[in-house]
Design a binder for this molecule. Structure first.
Ligand SMILES: [Zn+2]
Length: 143
């Protein structure tokens, strides 16, 4: 039996950041089932946004509550190495803000979906539909 408790291990696993993370996959599946098509992780855009609707000039970002410091019930803080993680999360938040600002300067509308919102799927579906069916506020920038 190794020293890491099962609970601790699942905590570690849940915090491994990756592309195509579970919350993001769920939002992608939802969007797909709603008939929307998108591109993923456009390298040429600030912060490599998760889900990109190029012709609508809209972006959906899926944020894990822990990694992006949502401060909700899902955003549990570990008891050990707290300073280390807080610093990492603070960096993520700064990066998020910078990417959002740059994207909006480039004429993109961005909707952030938090991990904890994905469980309320009906509400989320409405929000996504609203966001994606509105005319882009920056439509004039499309040449
Ligand atoms: Zn949250």
């Amino acid at each position: 039996m190794d020293r890491i408790s099962r609970q601790r291990r699942s905590w570690n696993m849940a915090r491994i950041p990756s592309k195509g993370s579970r919350p993001e996959m769920r939002v992608r599946r939802l969007l797909y089932s709603m008939g929307f098509r998108y591109r993923l992780h456009r390298m040429d855009l600030p912060g490599r946004p998760d889900i990109v609707f190029a012709t609508k000039r809209k972006i959906v970002q899926v944020h894990g509550c822990y990694w992006h410091g949502h401060g909700c019930a899902r955003d549990h803080k570990p008891t050990s190495s707290e300073a280390y993680w807080s610093e990492k999360i603070a960096k993520n938040r700064t990066r998020d803000e910078r990417s959002m600002k740059l994207l909006s300067e480039l004429g993109w509308d961005v909707l952030v979906v938090w991990e904890c919102e994905i469980d309320r799927i009906d509400q989320l579906r409405l929000r996504l539909r609203d966001f994606l069916s509105q005319a882009s506020q920056s439509a004039w920038t499309i040449s």
